[in-house]
Write a protein that binds this ligand. Sequence first.
Ligand SMILES: *Cc1c(COP(=O)(O)O)cnc(C)c1O
Length: 388
Amino acid sequence: MKAFETEAIRAQMERSHNLEHSAPIYMTSSFVFEDAEDMRASFSEEKERNIYSRYSNPNTSELIEKVAKMEGVEDGVAFASGMSAIYTTFAALLSSGDHIVSCRAVFGSTHTLYTQFFPKWGIEHSYFDPGDFNTLEAAITPRTKILYVESPTNPGVSVLDLKRLGEVAKKHHLLYIVDNCFATPYLQQPAQFGADLIIHSSTKLMDGQGRVLGGITVGTKELIRSIYLFARITGTALSPFNAWVLSKSLETLAVRVDRHCQNALELATRLEGHKNVSWVRYPFLPSHPQYELAKAQMKMGGSIVAFEIAGGLEKGRQFIDAIKLCSLSANLGDTRSIVTHPASTTHSKLSTAERLQVEITDGMIRLSVGLEHVDDMWDDLNQALNSL
Ligand SMILES: *Cc1c(COP(=O)(O)O)cnc(C)c1O
């Protein structure tokens, strides 16, 4: 195993007879057999080879190998989107009657899976408060099979104690699954804290340029095998083109994330000093409640900053309207900085009290810090704040 940056560049498929330097794209739905014996051996899995791109393809295999190496685990399955990775992982591993324990501040669509779809298949869930481990122990029942968390969380950027969660999972024989999308394997590797499976929406920082959807689950060979057998039948495959884009993007993940984090820390610090900002949350700001934990388990603080505009809902909307450079968009982890106002958009259907459970206050802005020059980003945020 070479260093992270080296694997991200050199974990590459074998060259074809053309001796290309950069990996080609295999836009083919199927592969041919030499003869009847080759066909028999391939279908019986005596031979490991590509048969049909719903099963495997050189570009998706390259991406999987790369991400598995970056996360320090054995194997993986690539999916058409992050939600496809999350849904398929749960569906492959759970049976009717099983139970999930999860932190409350999960990605919105994951919450919707738990609450609107899993109950019809008899799969239940309970939320625990990551700040109080007694609530976790209390939520675990004999039917609990999975402990599922995200860290840092969306959009409140809370940091969960991944090591301690791993110890609880081990004690109760639970499968420990971490959605590592916000951190990327460059900033934190949950397998080091005992995670059995790590899930990514590759749509975010892995692509990092707002071009393609993708998802991936990586972990132990045995668990990945069960997920793969379900995935190849249910047709959740990532396209070879998107796999190629994502594999190329990973070559620059370390340098991009370094700059995202530098910019984010600088903007978080400047925002903290502005009179129209009530508070700022960023894992590597000393004022963050889990600052010490963040320092211990992450390399840097990530690309997301949350802050509260003094004056609540209306001022939050006014701030968004005054923004000129940053994009108003639902995505995150892009070269382009993006601002959102969760209380009036993604979480507008919740009551104020329900929003607080997921760490969203009325004037809260989620800033996904991009790669523009930090002074230009600051000029934009500063003029919007001064206009209030
Ligand atoms: C975006 C996101 C997802 C879902 O990924 P898609 O690629 O949009 O399906 C899951 N988890 C987190 C933390 C995300 O930010």
